[in-house]
Write a protein that binds this ligand. Structure first.
Ligand code: FMN
Length: 359
């Protein structure tokens, strides 16, 4: 028997997958007569919490980023007040691809385990833990999927989410997300590496090319307020989470993931890092095989790489004011290739969806 009178879903969505998934759950709740609030947590602003006289069920929905929950969602959960309700549920959307007729599922890593643990520490009991495979939006890794493929992945996902919604709304426990626990734990070192290093590097691979007309859409829409104008062109700060909203929403397709520039950055970063480590070993007379030095070098490397990437990015940002450099960066970006589509969540479906109660 359900013991709640309302449903609150707090979601983050870069390109629409998690947004529509939250709306499907809200629709099922609406059919049961529940008051439904579907709240996006962009910039952690204007967030409505349940009132003390309500008995809500609370859900958290978010995309998987680097085998983990999106960092802004983890921050939101870390600051989420305790004791607003007793039961909560989680949904993470993952990137699915389709090779010929085979659906290739995404990987959650720590994306469910970590939030479940964090919220459990706050006294919440997790009754639903589930991942759902939606079209992958990771444009720097692969071109956007074709409409037919997107349609088929969504067609498969929608009933799964609606069933999940009905089960948790009727009070059943769904821990499907824990089935892949061994594999998820196995790849957890990559989740950690992405969280403490990889995501910062990725934030420094975005550029606006000469087509940019300063319409400011990317700046206004960024869920982490990580894009600002520097020298009259968008500039990505280290806080960028690579959610892909800017890259996919830019009407002029002026935003690129600069593969050539990123490769050059990696070569320079590695060279600086190797030189610095060798220099420290000699200057400080350190035993290179010492266990503590091996651990320390990992942290030094991450700090060096992030700092070098940030400095190189700033230099390149100004250098791109010169047309030849701009063209060079642009034409060494895979995202400029004609077949490198952007990810578009199908508009038709978006318009057909009715949301019971959304902020
Ligand atoms: C930077 C980045 C990292 C990603 N990492 C993963 C991942 O580790 N595992 C996975 O299955 N999908 C991954 N994806 C794919 C997205 O999680 C997936 O497409 C998600 O449904 C996007 O949701 P959204 O449209 O609500 O932003 C990643 C996407 C991006 C942009």
């Amino acid at each position: 028997m359900q013991s709640w009178d309302s449903l609150y879903i707090y979601y983050l969505s870069g390109t629409g997958n998690t947004r529509i998934s939250s709306q499907w759950i809200a629709e099922e709740a609406g059919k049961r007569g529940l008051r439904t609030v579907v709240q996006q947590i962009d910039r952690l602003e204007n967030i409505v919490m349940p009132s003390p006289d309500e008995k809500p069920l609370i859900g958290f929905a978010f995309p998987t980023h680097g085998f983990n929950a999106a960092p802004i969602m983890l921050k939101f959960m870390a600051g989420f007040p305790p004791h607003l309700c007793s039961k909560i549920f989680l949904l993470n959307t993952r990137g699915c691809l389709k090779l010929y007729k085979i659906f290739v599922p995404g990987f959650s890593g720590l994306a469910l385990i970590l939030p479940a643990f964090m919220l459990w520490m706050k006294g919440y009991k997790c009754i639903g833990i589930r991942s759902i495979d939606m079209p992958s939006n990771w444009m720097p890794l692969h071109p956007g999927l074709r409409e037919k493929v997107i349609e088929s992945i969504i067609h498969k996902a929608e009933p799964i989410i609606r069933i999940y919604a009905n089960k948790i709304l009727s009070g059943q426990k769904v821990w499907r997300g824990l089935y892949s626990l061994p594999a998820d734990l196995l790849i957890s070192p990559i989740s950690v590496a992405y969280y403490i290093g990889g995501r910062f590097f990725l934030s420094k691979t975005f550029i606006a090319n000469n087509k940019c007309n300063n319409c400011m859409i990317c700046i206004k829409e960024c869920p982490t307020a990580s894009i600002k104008l520097v020298g009259n062109r968008p500039y990505w700060k280290l806080t960028c989470e690579s959610c892909m909203r800017c890259l996919n929403h830019c009407p002029l397709k002026a935003i690129e993931a600069a593969h050539g520039m990123a490769t050059a950055f990696m070569i320079i970063m590695s060279a600086v890092n190797t030189w610095l480590i060798l220099f420290m070993v000699q200057a400080l007379n350190i035993e290179p095989e010492a266990w503590w030095w091996k651990i320390l070098t990992q942290f030094i490397s991450i700090a060096v790489m992030i700092s070098v990437a940030a400095v190189l990015y700033l230099i390149m940002h100004y250098a791109m004011g010169f047309k030849p450099i701009n063209y060079l960066v642009r034409f060494t970006s895979l995202t400029t290739l004609p077949f490198w589509r952007r990810y578009k969540f199908l508009k038709k479906r978006k318009e057909n969806t009715t949301v019971p109660c959304e902020k």
